[in-house]
Design a protein around this ligand. Structure first.
Ligand code: C5P
Length: 227
């Protein structure tokens, strides 16, 4: 069976990771959540006073980059890989709204992107991978056999994320979440380095009124045709 590369991009909270995980499990592929990598770098920056309410010290961020070691470890129970920052599992911490509030400025720094894109390309060099993010089909794997671009209305996305955060015990308001989702989309789409855009050859799916099953079946169908 031919192994392919599947790139899933789109706005915040469009359910990219949910469908990507399912797809990877079904195909026996590796799943990589690149947002988790940008989030882990942001957590490091928050913990080291590189970013905070008073702004971002880009010079310090660049200086600290060689000290940031990221790796994924497959969790049998969960069925997907969790991210580790300098040897510590940070999967839970990186999902907090505090990290979400600072991740986009960190992800806009060129040197941060260069470092993470290199790791991502290395992870995907043997294909058989489903990777989700913002620049996977455009920058990381421009030659990916299957590229998807997910969208949904901002309200739909904020509701989904709000529910997720509450379930995790992060005390936030719906308005805060909506603002975070729209702010991140704006910064991610307007940054100079690898802005979030739909790759010309990506298939766009608006899942505002689509259940996970329906969405999965459609995407799985596309993948099967290529394998
Ligand atoms: O996917 P997730 O919402 O967890 O990503 C968090 C943030 O990381 C995004 O809002 C974006 O700023 C950044 N990101 C990125 N490029 C990627 C993945 C994520 O810039 N490939």
């Amino acid at each position: 069976q031919r192994k392919i590369t599947i790139a899933i991009d789109g706005f915040s909270s469009t359910g990219k990771s949910t469908v990507a995980k399912k797809l990877a499990a079904e195909l026996g592929y590796v799943y990589v959540d690149t947002g988790a990598m940008y989030r882990a770098v942001t957590l490091y920056a928050l913990n080291n006073d590189i970013i905070g309410d008073s702004g971002c010290n880009k010079r310090a961020m660049k200086k600290h980059l060689p000290e940031i070691k990221l790796h994924f470890e497959f969790n049998e129970k969960l069925g997907y890989a969790e991210i580790y920052l300098n040897g510590k599992n940070v999967e839970k911490e990186i999902r907090m709204l505090r990290v979400s509030s600072f991740v986009s400025p960190i992800a806009a720094i060129k040197e941060v992107r260069v470092k993470l894109v290199e790791i991502q390309q290395e992870m995907g060099k043997n294909k058989g991978i489903v990777m989700d993010g913002r620049d996977i089909g455009t920058v990381v794997f421009p030659d990916a056999e299957l590229k998807l671009f997910l969208t949904a209305s901002a309200e739909t996305r904020a509701h989904r994320r709000y529910k997720e955060l509450l379930d995790r015990g992060d005390e936030v308001s719906y308005e805060q979440v909506l603002k975070n989702v729209t702010d991140r989309d704006y910064i991610d789409s307007h940054r100079e380095n690898s802005p979030l855009v739909k790759a010309e050859d990506a298939i766009e799916i608006d899942n505002s009124d689509m259940g996970l099953e329906e969405q999965f079946e459609r995407i799985y169908g596309y993948a099967l045709r290529l394998i």
